[in-house]
Design a protein around this ligand. Structure first.
Ligand SMILES: [Zn+2]
Length: 99
């Protein structure tokens, strides 16, 4: 049916023109903090780099690309849009808020 979409979140059919588009981009922060001489002396960079390389050995090419930049576009229904706005990261309510 043209104009109709299936909600990517709950799987319900969305009536024409009632869907919301959700764009998610996850990428490594390109702004590196300034490194001071003190930082360099305190941190064992060789160990950190070899740890990182060990971690990367287990990742597929796709996972490595996603580690740098991941982007998706979803279509959702109105109830899912409301839920996403309330909890964009899907982490549940913050511990301090009442149930
Ligand atoms: Zn939905």
């Amino acid at each position: 049916m043209p104009g109709r979409f299936i909600c990517d979140r709950c799987g319900d059919t969305i009536p024409p023109h009632a869907h919301y588009v959700v764009k998610i981009q996850v990428y490594a922060d390109p702004s590196l903090p300034a490194v001071t001489t003190d930082d360099l002396e305190e941190t064992d960079y060789d160990a950190r780099v070899s740890d990182l390389l060990k971690e990367m050995e287990h990742l597929s090419e796709e996972e490595l690309e996603n580690a740098v930049h991941w982007q998706r576009e979803f279509k959702v229904c109105r109830p899912c849009q409301l839920r996403l706005l309330r909890d964009p990261l899907g982490a549940g309510p913050p511990p301090s808020s009442p149930p």
